[in-house]
Design a protein. Structure first.
Lengths: 268, 268
Protein backbone atom coordinates (compact mmCIF):
# COMPACT_ATOMS: atom_id res chain seq x y z
CA UNK A 1 0.00 0.00 0.00
CA UNK A 2 1.48 3.42 -0.98
CA UNK A 3 1.90 5.83 1.89
CA UNK A 4 -1.17 8.12 1.94
CA UNK A 5 -0.46 11.81 2.51
CA UNK A 6 -2.21 13.37 5.51
CA UNK A 7 -5.62 14.89 4.84
CA UNK A 8 -6.19 18.55 5.50
CA UNK A 9 -8.36 18.44 8.63
CA UNK A 10 -10.42 21.51 7.76
CA UNK A 11 -11.26 20.39 4.27
CA UNK A 12 -12.06 16.87 5.51
CA UNK A 13 -14.51 18.40 8.01
CA UNK A 14 -16.06 20.61 5.32
CA UNK A 15 -16.47 17.51 3.16
CA UNK A 16 -18.13 15.69 6.07
CA UNK A 17 -20.55 18.59 6.60
CA UNK A 18 -21.46 18.36 2.94
CA UNK A 19 -22.16 14.63 3.40
CA UNK A 20 -24.42 15.53 6.33
CA UNK A 21 -26.33 18.07 4.22
CA UNK A 22 -26.81 15.61 1.38
CA UNK A 23 -27.75 12.60 3.52
CA UNK A 24 -30.14 14.75 5.57
CA UNK A 25 -32.06 15.73 2.45
CA UNK A 26 -32.41 12.03 1.63
CA UNK A 27 -33.47 10.69 5.04
CA UNK A 28 -36.08 13.44 5.50
CA UNK A 29 -37.86 12.24 2.37
CA UNK A 30 -38.67 9.02 4.24
CA UNK A 31 -39.25 10.32 7.78
CA UNK A 32 -42.90 10.24 8.91
CA UNK A 33 -44.07 8.93 5.58
CA UNK A 34 -46.54 6.11 5.64
CA UNK A 35 -45.76 2.86 3.93
CA UNK A 36 -47.68 3.68 0.75
CA UNK A 37 -45.65 6.87 0.31
CA UNK A 38 -42.37 5.16 1.13
CA UNK A 39 -43.35 2.47 -1.27
CA UNK A 40 -43.48 4.93 -4.15
CA UNK A 41 -40.22 6.52 -3.11
CA UNK A 42 -38.32 3.28 -2.98
CA UNK A 43 -39.74 1.32 -5.90
CA UNK A 44 -41.81 -1.34 -4.23
CA UNK A 45 -39.92 -1.84 -0.98
CA UNK A 46 -42.00 -1.91 2.21
CA UNK A 47 -39.61 -0.68 4.85
CA UNK A 48 -39.14 3.09 4.95
CA UNK A 49 -36.23 2.93 7.37
CA UNK A 50 -34.27 0.43 5.29
CA UNK A 51 -35.00 2.41 2.15
CA UNK A 52 -33.85 5.64 3.82
CA UNK A 53 -30.76 3.93 5.24
CA UNK A 54 -29.74 2.57 1.87
CA UNK A 55 -30.43 5.73 -0.09
CA UNK A 56 -28.57 7.96 2.38
CA UNK A 57 -25.56 5.65 2.58
CA UNK A 58 -25.39 5.42 -1.20
CA UNK A 59 -25.28 9.21 -1.50
CA UNK A 60 -22.44 9.45 1.02
CA UNK A 61 -20.47 6.48 -0.33
CA UNK A 62 -20.68 7.84 -3.89
CA UNK A 63 -19.29 11.20 -2.77
CA UNK A 64 -16.41 9.52 -0.98
CA UNK A 65 -15.64 7.29 -3.98
CA UNK A 66 -15.53 10.32 -6.27
CA UNK A 67 -13.61 12.69 -3.99
CA UNK A 68 -11.35 10.29 -2.10
CA UNK A 69 -11.07 7.15 -4.23
CA UNK A 70 -8.32 5.76 -2.00
CA UNK A 71 -10.36 6.02 1.20
CA UNK A 72 -12.16 3.05 2.68
CA UNK A 73 -15.79 2.94 3.83
CA UNK A 74 -17.36 1.13 6.78
CA UNK A 75 -21.10 1.36 6.24
CA UNK A 76 -24.15 -0.08 7.90
CA UNK A 77 -25.98 -1.12 4.76
CA UNK A 78 -23.30 -1.95 2.21
CA UNK A 79 -20.57 -3.25 4.50
CA UNK A 80 -16.86 -2.50 4.31
CA UNK A 81 -14.65 -1.52 1.39
CA UNK A 82 -11.00 -0.49 1.36
CA UNK A 83 -10.37 -1.78 4.84
CA UNK A 84 -6.58 -1.46 4.42
CA UNK A 85 -6.78 2.25 3.53
CA UNK A 86 -5.23 4.78 5.90
CA UNK A 87 -8.50 6.78 6.00
CA UNK A 88 -11.84 5.06 6.41
CA UNK A 89 -15.22 6.77 6.51
CA UNK A 90 -17.72 5.25 8.92
CA UNK A 91 -21.42 5.78 8.18
CA UNK A 92 -24.62 5.03 10.01
CA UNK A 93 -27.29 6.72 7.90
CA UNK A 94 -30.04 6.22 10.49
CA UNK A 95 -28.88 5.54 14.00
CA UNK A 96 -32.04 5.22 16.10
CA UNK A 97 -34.18 3.10 13.84
CA UNK A 98 -37.02 2.70 16.34
CA UNK A 99 -37.31 6.46 16.81
CA UNK A 100 -37.30 6.95 13.04
CA UNK A 101 -40.03 4.36 12.52
CA UNK A 102 -42.35 5.95 15.06
CA UNK A 103 -41.80 9.55 14.00
CA UNK A 104 -39.73 10.62 17.01
CA UNK A 105 -36.87 12.99 16.10
CA UNK A 106 -34.34 11.16 18.29
CA UNK A 107 -32.36 9.55 15.49
CA UNK A 108 -29.43 10.87 13.56
CA UNK A 109 -26.99 10.30 10.73
CA UNK A 110 -23.49 9.41 11.89
CA UNK A 111 -20.44 10.33 9.85
CA UNK A 112 -17.03 9.42 11.20
CA UNK A 113 -13.51 9.32 9.81
CA UNK A 114 -10.75 7.04 10.98
CA UNK A 115 -7.05 7.72 10.44
CA UNK A 116 -5.78 4.20 11.05
CA UNK A 117 -7.57 3.34 14.28
CA UNK A 118 -7.96 6.94 15.40
CA UNK A 119 -11.38 8.64 15.00
CA UNK A 120 -10.36 12.08 13.77
CA UNK A 121 -13.69 13.68 13.06
CA UNK A 122 -17.33 12.98 13.77
CA UNK A 123 -20.74 14.40 12.89
CA UNK A 124 -24.17 13.60 14.27
CA UNK A 125 -26.80 15.20 12.06
CA UNK A 126 -30.51 15.39 12.96
CA UNK A 127 -32.13 16.85 9.85
CA UNK A 128 -35.70 17.08 11.17
CA UNK A 129 -34.86 19.34 14.12
CA UNK A 130 -32.00 20.91 12.15
CA UNK A 131 -29.49 20.01 14.86
CA UNK A 132 -25.90 19.15 14.13
CA UNK A 133 -23.24 18.06 16.62
CA UNK A 134 -19.66 17.61 15.46
CA UNK A 135 -16.04 17.39 16.46
CA UNK A 136 -13.30 19.38 14.82
CA UNK A 137 -9.66 18.66 15.63
CA UNK A 138 -9.73 20.09 19.11
CA UNK A 139 -13.31 20.91 20.12
CA UNK A 140 -16.94 19.79 19.92
CA UNK A 141 -19.62 21.99 18.40
CA UNK A 142 -23.36 22.34 17.99
CA UNK A 143 -25.50 24.23 15.53
CA UNK A 144 -29.27 24.57 15.33
CA UNK A 145 -30.65 25.27 11.87
CA UNK A 146 -28.97 28.27 10.32
CA UNK A 147 -27.79 29.47 13.74
CA UNK A 148 -24.18 30.03 14.74
CA UNK A 149 -21.97 27.15 15.78
CA UNK A 150 -21.40 26.97 19.53
CA UNK A 151 -18.76 25.02 21.43
CA UNK A 152 -20.26 22.36 23.65
CA UNK A 153 -18.89 20.83 26.82
CA UNK A 154 -19.92 17.95 29.00
CA UNK A 155 -21.24 18.52 32.51
CA UNK A 156 -18.43 18.11 35.03
CA UNK A 157 -18.27 17.31 38.71
CA UNK A 158 -21.51 15.34 38.79
CA UNK A 159 -21.74 12.63 41.44
CA UNK A 160 -23.27 9.28 40.68
CA UNK A 161 -26.27 10.07 42.87
CA UNK A 162 -27.05 13.17 40.74
CA UNK A 163 -26.31 11.60 37.39
CA UNK A 164 -28.74 11.12 34.51
CA UNK A 165 -28.23 7.70 32.91
CA UNK A 166 -29.58 6.50 29.58
CA UNK A 167 -29.58 3.35 27.52
CA UNK A 168 -31.41 2.27 24.39
CA UNK A 169 -34.00 -0.13 25.72
CA UNK A 170 -34.50 -2.24 28.85
CA UNK A 171 -34.44 -5.36 26.68
CA UNK A 172 -31.02 -4.44 25.28
CA UNK A 173 -29.23 -6.44 27.94
CA UNK A 174 -29.85 -9.99 26.80
CA UNK A 175 -26.94 -11.36 28.84
CA UNK A 176 -28.10 -11.72 32.46
CA UNK A 177 -24.77 -10.52 33.85
CA UNK A 178 -24.94 -7.33 31.77
CA UNK A 179 -28.55 -6.73 32.80
CA UNK A 180 -27.57 -7.06 36.46
CA UNK A 181 -24.61 -4.72 36.01
CA UNK A 182 -26.86 -2.11 34.41
CA UNK A 183 -29.47 -2.53 37.16
CA UNK A 184 -26.78 -2.00 39.83
CA UNK A 185 -25.79 1.25 38.16
CA UNK A 186 -29.40 2.38 37.57
CA UNK A 187 -30.04 2.02 41.30
CA UNK A 188 -27.28 4.49 42.14
CA UNK A 189 -28.20 7.35 39.81
CA UNK A 190 -30.78 10.09 40.00
CA UNK A 191 -32.69 9.14 36.86
CA UNK A 192 -32.63 6.50 34.15
CA UNK A 193 -34.20 6.93 30.75
CA UNK A 194 -34.57 4.59 27.80
CA UNK A 195 -34.28 5.42 24.12
CA UNK A 196 -32.13 7.93 22.36
CA UNK A 197 -29.20 6.26 20.63
CA UNK A 198 -26.82 8.80 19.00
CA UNK A 199 -29.03 11.67 20.07
CA UNK A 200 -28.23 10.89 23.69
CA UNK A 201 -24.45 10.80 23.09
CA UNK A 202 -24.80 14.24 21.55
CA UNK A 203 -26.77 15.50 24.55
CA UNK A 204 -24.08 14.03 26.81
CA UNK A 205 -21.48 16.00 24.86
CA UNK A 206 -23.61 19.12 25.31
CA UNK A 207 -23.83 18.66 29.09
CA UNK A 208 -27.41 17.44 29.53
CA UNK A 209 -26.88 13.71 30.13
CA UNK A 210 -24.15 12.27 32.36
CA UNK A 211 -23.89 8.57 31.58
CA UNK A 212 -24.76 6.23 28.72
CA UNK A 213 -24.35 2.47 29.07
CA UNK A 214 -25.00 0.12 26.18
CA UNK A 215 -24.06 -3.27 24.79
CA UNK A 216 -23.74 -4.85 21.35
CA UNK A 217 -22.81 -1.65 19.55
CA UNK A 218 -21.28 -1.91 16.10
CA UNK A 219 -18.36 0.29 15.00
CA UNK A 220 -20.71 2.37 12.81
CA UNK A 221 -22.87 3.09 15.90
CA UNK A 222 -20.02 4.65 17.80
CA UNK A 223 -16.98 5.79 15.76
CA UNK A 224 -18.44 9.19 14.81
CA UNK A 225 -19.52 9.82 18.40
CA UNK A 226 -16.13 9.16 20.02
CA UNK A 227 -14.48 12.48 19.03
CA UNK A 228 -17.68 14.42 19.78
CA UNK A 229 -17.81 13.05 23.33
CA UNK A 230 -14.06 13.27 23.95
CA UNK A 231 -13.53 16.78 22.59
CA UNK A 232 -16.48 18.01 24.64
CA UNK A 233 -14.55 16.80 27.70
CA UNK A 234 -16.18 13.40 28.17
CA UNK A 235 -14.84 9.86 28.34
CA UNK A 236 -15.94 6.93 26.24
CA UNK A 237 -14.67 3.36 26.46
CA UNK A 238 -15.72 -0.24 26.62
CA UNK A 239 -16.86 -1.60 29.99
CA UNK A 240 -13.33 -2.97 30.27
CA UNK A 241 -11.92 0.54 29.88
CA UNK A 242 -10.59 -0.13 26.35
CA UNK A 243 -11.03 2.12 23.27
CA UNK A 244 -14.64 2.22 22.06
CA UNK A 245 -13.80 2.11 18.35
CA UNK A 246 -14.82 -1.53 17.84
CA UNK A 247 -18.16 -1.14 19.62
CA UNK A 248 -19.40 -3.87 21.94
CA UNK A 249 -20.20 -2.93 25.54
CA UNK A 250 -19.83 0.84 25.69
CA UNK A 251 -19.94 3.42 28.46
CA UNK A 252 -19.78 7.19 27.92
CA UNK A 253 -19.53 9.75 30.70
CA UNK A 254 -19.45 13.51 30.89
CA UNK A 255 -16.85 13.39 33.64
CA UNK A 256 -13.74 11.28 34.19
CA UNK A 257 -14.34 10.55 37.87
CA UNK A 258 -17.93 9.62 37.15
CA UNK A 259 -16.68 7.26 34.44
CA UNK A 260 -14.39 5.51 36.91
CA UNK A 261 -17.15 5.26 39.52
CA UNK A 262 -19.61 3.81 36.99
CA UNK A 263 -17.05 1.33 35.60
CA UNK A 264 -16.42 0.08 39.11
CA UNK A 265 -20.11 -0.66 39.62
CA UNK A 266 -20.55 -2.28 36.21
CA UNK A 267 -17.55 -4.54 36.75
CA UNK A 268 -18.16 -5.44 40.40
CA UNK B 1 -74.05 30.31 38.94
CA UNK B 2 -75.38 32.40 36.03
CA UNK B 3 -75.84 30.51 32.80
CA UNK B 4 -72.66 31.00 30.74
CA UNK B 5 -73.20 31.76 27.05
CA UNK B 6 -71.51 29.38 24.62
CA UNK B 7 -68.01 30.35 23.54
CA UNK B 8 -67.26 30.94 19.91
CA UNK B 9 -65.22 27.88 19.01
CA UNK B 10 -62.97 29.64 16.50
CA UNK B 11 -62.06 32.49 18.79
CA UNK B 12 -61.48 30.08 21.69
CA UNK B 13 -59.05 28.13 19.50
CA UNK B 14 -57.29 31.31 18.40
CA UNK B 15 -56.96 32.27 22.07
CA UNK B 16 -55.51 28.82 22.84
CA UNK B 17 -52.96 29.19 20.02
CA UNK B 18 -51.93 32.50 21.54
CA UNK B 19 -51.45 30.75 24.91
CA UNK B 20 -49.24 28.20 23.12
CA UNK B 21 -47.12 30.96 21.53
CA UNK B 22 -46.67 32.73 24.85
CA UNK B 23 -45.98 29.66 26.97
CA UNK B 24 -43.54 28.35 24.34
CA UNK B 25 -41.48 31.51 24.57
CA UNK B 26 -41.27 30.98 28.34
CA UNK B 27 -40.41 27.27 28.44
CA UNK B 28 -37.69 27.67 25.81
CA UNK B 29 -35.86 30.09 28.07
CA UNK B 30 -35.29 27.18 30.48
CA UNK B 31 -34.77 24.30 28.06
CA UNK B 32 -31.17 23.02 27.87
CA UNK B 33 -29.95 25.63 30.30
CA UNK B 34 -27.62 24.45 33.00
CA UNK B 35 -28.50 24.98 36.62
CA UNK B 36 -26.45 28.15 37.03
CA UNK B 37 -28.28 29.76 34.12
CA UNK B 38 -31.67 28.57 35.31
CA UNK B 39 -30.75 29.85 38.73
CA UNK B 40 -30.37 33.37 37.43
CA UNK B 41 -33.57 33.13 35.44
CA UNK B 42 -35.66 31.99 38.36
CA UNK B 43 -34.23 33.98 41.27
CA UNK B 44 -32.35 31.40 43.26
CA UNK B 45 -34.39 28.28 42.51
CA UNK B 46 -32.46 25.17 41.54
CA UNK B 47 -34.87 23.24 39.42
CA UNK B 48 -35.15 24.46 35.81
CA UNK B 49 -38.14 22.29 35.02
CA UNK B 50 -40.16 23.49 38.01
CA UNK B 51 -39.23 27.08 37.27
CA UNK B 52 -40.25 26.67 33.62
CA UNK B 53 -43.47 24.91 34.61
CA UNK B 54 -44.45 27.65 37.02
CA UNK B 55 -43.54 30.55 34.76
CA UNK B 56 -45.36 29.10 31.75
CA UNK B 57 -48.48 28.26 33.73
CA UNK B 58 -48.54 31.74 35.24
CA UNK B 59 -48.44 33.33 31.79
CA UNK B 60 -51.34 31.19 30.59
CA UNK B 61 -53.42 31.54 33.77
CA UNK B 62 -53.02 35.33 33.72
CA UNK B 63 -54.26 35.52 30.14
CA UNK B 64 -57.31 33.41 30.99
CA UNK B 65 -58.08 35.50 34.08
CA UNK B 66 -57.94 38.67 32.02
CA UNK B 67 -59.81 37.45 28.95
CA UNK B 68 -62.26 34.96 30.46
CA UNK B 69 -62.64 35.91 34.12
CA UNK B 70 -65.53 33.46 34.57
CA UNK B 71 -63.59 30.46 33.29
CA UNK B 72 -62.00 27.95 35.64
CA UNK B 73 -58.43 26.65 35.49
CA UNK B 74 -57.05 23.20 36.19
CA UNK B 75 -53.30 23.58 36.32
CA UNK B 76 -50.39 21.37 37.19
CA UNK B 77 -48.50 23.85 39.34
CA UNK B 78 -51.14 26.09 40.91
CA UNK B 79 -54.02 23.64 41.24
CA UNK B 80 -57.66 24.27 40.45
CA UNK B 81 -59.71 27.47 40.46
CA UNK B 82 -63.31 28.03 39.37
CA UNK B 83 -64.11 24.36 39.33
CA UNK B 84 -67.87 25.06 39.04
CA UNK B 85 -67.43 27.15 35.89
CA UNK B 86 -68.92 25.88 32.64
CA UNK B 87 -65.58 26.34 30.85
CA UNK B 88 -62.35 25.18 32.45
CA UNK B 89 -58.87 25.49 30.92
CA UNK B 90 -56.56 22.58 31.61
CA UNK B 91 -52.82 23.26 31.52
CA UNK B 92 -49.73 21.12 31.71
CA UNK B 93 -46.89 23.55 30.96
CA UNK B 94 -44.27 20.80 30.63
CA UNK B 95 -45.59 17.34 30.00
CA UNK B 96 -42.53 15.11 29.69
CA UNK B 97 -40.42 16.38 32.56
CA UNK B 98 -37.70 13.75 32.15
CA UNK B 99 -37.23 14.59 28.47
CA UNK B 100 -37.08 18.30 29.32
CA UNK B 101 -34.46 17.74 32.02
CA UNK B 102 -32.15 15.80 29.73
CA UNK B 103 -32.50 18.06 26.72
CA UNK B 104 -34.61 15.72 24.59
CA UNK B 105 -37.30 17.53 22.58
CA UNK B 106 -40.00 14.98 23.45
CA UNK B 107 -41.97 17.15 25.86
CA UNK B 108 -44.75 19.58 25.18
CA UNK B 109 -47.11 22.15 26.61
CA UNK B 110 -50.69 20.93 26.90
CA UNK B 111 -53.62 23.32 26.64
CA UNK B 112 -57.12 21.91 26.91
CA UNK B 113 -60.58 23.37 27.34
CA UNK B 114 -63.50 21.62 28.98
CA UNK B 115 -67.14 22.56 28.39
CA UNK B 116 -68.60 20.83 31.42
CA UNK B 117 -66.99 17.42 31.17
CA UNK B 118 -66.44 17.60 27.42
CA UNK B 119 -62.92 18.37 26.09
CA UNK B 120 -63.73 20.78 23.26
CA UNK B 121 -60.28 21.82 22.14
CA UNK B 122 -56.72 20.73 22.69
CA UNK B 123 -53.22 21.85 21.78
CA UNK B 124 -49.88 20.10 22.18
CA UNK B 125 -47.09 22.59 21.54
CA UNK B 126 -43.41 21.64 21.20
CA UNK B 127 -41.61 24.96 20.96
CA UNK B 128 -38.08 23.62 20.41
CA UNK B 129 -38.91 21.68 17.24
CA UNK B 130 -41.61 24.21 16.33
CA UNK B 131 -44.26 21.50 16.15
CA UNK B 132 -47.86 22.06 17.09
CA UNK B 133 -50.65 19.49 17.13
CA UNK B 134 -54.21 20.59 17.83
CA UNK B 135 -57.89 19.77 17.57
CA UNK B 136 -60.45 22.14 16.17
CA UNK B 137 -64.15 21.30 16.44
CA UNK B 138 -64.11 18.53 13.88
CA UNK B 139 -60.54 17.70 12.89
CA UNK B 140 -56.98 17.30 14.16
CA UNK B 141 -54.14 19.36 12.73
CA UNK B 142 -50.36 19.67 12.67
CA UNK B 143 -48.06 22.50 11.82
CA UNK B 144 -44.27 22.64 11.71
CA UNK B 145 -42.73 26.05 12.29
CA UNK B 146 -44.22 28.62 9.98
CA UNK B 147 -45.44 25.91 7.61
CA UNK B 148 -49.05 25.33 6.59
CA UNK B 149 -51.43 23.46 8.86
CA UNK B 150 -52.14 19.91 7.71
CA UNK B 151 -54.95 17.60 8.77
CA UNK B 152 -53.67 14.53 10.57
CA UNK B 153 -55.23 11.09 10.84
CA UNK B 154 -54.42 8.01 12.84
CA UNK B 155 -53.19 4.85 11.14
CA UNK B 156 -56.11 2.49 10.55
CA UNK B 157 -56.45 -1.22 10.02
CA UNK B 158 -53.30 -2.14 11.96
CA UNK B 159 -53.32 -5.57 13.57
CA UNK B 160 -51.94 -6.10 17.05
CA UNK B 161 -48.98 -8.04 15.65
CA UNK B 162 -47.97 -5.02 13.51
CA UNK B 163 -48.66 -2.37 16.12
CA UNK B 164 -46.16 0.04 17.66
CA UNK B 165 -46.81 0.39 21.39
CA UNK B 166 -45.40 3.02 23.73
CA UNK B 167 -45.49 3.87 27.40
CA UNK B 168 -43.61 6.34 29.55
CA UNK B 169 -41.19 4.13 31.43
CA UNK B 170 -40.91 0.45 32.33
CA UNK B 171 -41.07 1.40 36.03
CA UNK B 172 -44.38 3.21 35.51
CA UNK B 173 -46.35 0.12 36.40
CA UNK B 174 -45.87 -0.08 40.16
CA UNK B 175 -48.93 -2.32 40.63
CA UNK B 176 -47.92 -5.89 39.75
CA UNK B 177 -51.23 -6.59 38.03
CA UNK B 178 -50.81 -3.56 35.76
CA UNK B 179 -47.22 -4.50 34.97
CA UNK B 180 -48.35 -7.99 33.97
CA UNK B 181 -51.16 -6.61 31.84
CA UNK B 182 -48.72 -4.34 30.03
CA UNK B 183 -46.23 -7.18 29.56
CA UNK B 184 -48.99 -9.37 28.04
CA UNK B 185 -49.75 -6.63 25.53
CA UNK B 186 -46.07 -5.86 24.81
CA UNK B 187 -45.58 -9.53 23.87
CA UNK B 188 -48.24 -9.32 21.18
CA UNK B 189 -47.10 -6.20 19.34
CA UNK B 190 -44.39 -5.56 16.79
CA UNK B 191 -42.41 -3.05 18.84
CA UNK B 192 -42.50 -1.41 22.26
CA UNK B 193 -40.81 1.84 23.07
CA UNK B 194 -40.44 3.79 26.29
CA UNK B 195 -40.57 7.53 26.79
CA UNK B 196 -42.53 10.16 24.98
CA UNK B 197 -45.48 11.38 27.05
CA UNK B 198 -47.65 13.89 25.15
CA UNK B 199 -45.34 13.76 22.15
CA UNK B 200 -46.31 10.13 21.60
CA UNK B 201 -50.06 10.86 21.76
CA UNK B 202 -49.48 13.47 19.07
CA UNK B 203 -47.56 10.99 16.93
CA UNK B 204 -50.39 8.50 17.43
CA UNK B 205 -52.83 11.15 16.16
CA UNK B 206 -50.55 11.69 13.16
CA UNK B 207 -50.48 7.98 12.28
CA UNK B 208 -46.98 6.96 13.42
CA UNK B 209 -47.73 5.14 16.68
CA UNK B 210 -50.60 2.69 17.15
CA UNK B 211 -51.03 2.15 20.89
CA UNK B 212 -50.18 3.99 24.10
CA UNK B 213 -50.79 2.39 27.48
CA UNK B 214 -50.17 4.26 30.71
CA UNK B 215 -51.24 4.43 34.35
CA UNK B 216 -51.52 7.13 37.00
CA UNK B 217 -52.22 9.97 34.59
CA UNK B 218 -53.64 13.19 35.98
CA UNK B 219 -56.41 15.14 34.18
CA UNK B 220 -53.87 17.78 33.09
CA UNK B 221 -51.79 15.02 31.43
CA UNK B 222 -54.61 13.92 29.19
CA UNK B 223 -57.52 16.39 28.72
CA UNK B 224 -55.84 18.38 25.91
CA UNK B 225 -54.86 15.17 24.12
CA UNK B 226 -58.34 13.60 24.04
CA UNK B 227 -59.78 15.75 21.23
CA UNK B 228 -56.51 15.55 19.26
CA UNK B 229 -56.57 11.74 19.32
CA UNK B 230 -60.33 11.44 18.77
CA UNK B 231 -60.62 13.94 15.93
CA UNK B 232 -57.71 12.30 14.17
CA UNK B 233 -59.80 9.11 14.17
CA UNK B 234 -58.36 7.43 17.26
CA UNK B 235 -59.90 6.10 20.46
CA UNK B 236 -58.86 7.00 23.98
CA UNK B 237 -60.33 5.63 27.20
CA UNK B 238 -59.46 4.19 30.57
CA UNK B 239 -58.50 0.52 30.71
CA UNK B 240 -62.13 -0.05 31.78
CA UNK B 241 -63.34 1.60 28.57
CA UNK B 242 -64.57 4.73 30.36
CA UNK B 243 -63.91 8.37 29.35
CA UNK B 244 -60.26 9.37 29.80
CA UNK B 245 -60.97 12.85 31.16
CA UNK B 246 -60.12 12.02 34.78
CA UNK B 247 -56.83 10.33 33.91
CA UNK B 248 -55.81 7.14 35.72
CA UNK B 249 -55.10 4.06 33.62
CA UNK B 250 -55.28 5.22 30.01
CA UNK B 251 -55.13 3.51 26.64
CA UNK B 252 -55.07 5.33 23.30
CA UNK B 253 -55.29 3.62 19.92
CA UNK B 254 -55.19 4.74 16.34
CA UNK B 255 -57.89 2.25 15.38
CA UNK B 256 -61.12 1.16 17.06
CA UNK B 257 -60.68 -2.57 16.49
CA UNK B 258 -57.11 -2.40 17.74
CA UNK B 259 -58.40 -0.60 20.85
CA UNK B 260 -60.86 -3.40 21.55
CA UNK B 261 -58.21 -6.07 21.00
CA UNK B 262 -55.74 -4.33 23.31
CA UNK B 263 -58.37 -3.76 26.03
CA UNK B 264 -59.20 -7.45 25.97
CA UNK B 265 -55.57 -8.37 26.61
CA UNK B 266 -55.09 -5.75 29.32
CA UNK B 267 -58.23 -6.89 31.17
CA UNK B 268 -57.80 -10.64 30.74
Amino acid sequence: MPKTPALNARSALAFAHDLADRSGAVTLRYFRKDISVANKLCDGGFDPVTAADEAAERVMANRVARTFPHHGIIGEEYGTTGNDARYRWVFDPIDGTRAFIMGQPMWGTLIGLLDGDEPILGIMNQPFTGERFWASQDAAHYRLGEGRAKRIKTRRGVKLSSAILTTTHPDLFTVARDAKAFARLAEKVRMTRYGGDCYNYSLLAAGHIDLIVEVDLKPHDIVALIPIVERAGGVISTWAGQPAINGGRIIASGDKKLHQAALKILNR
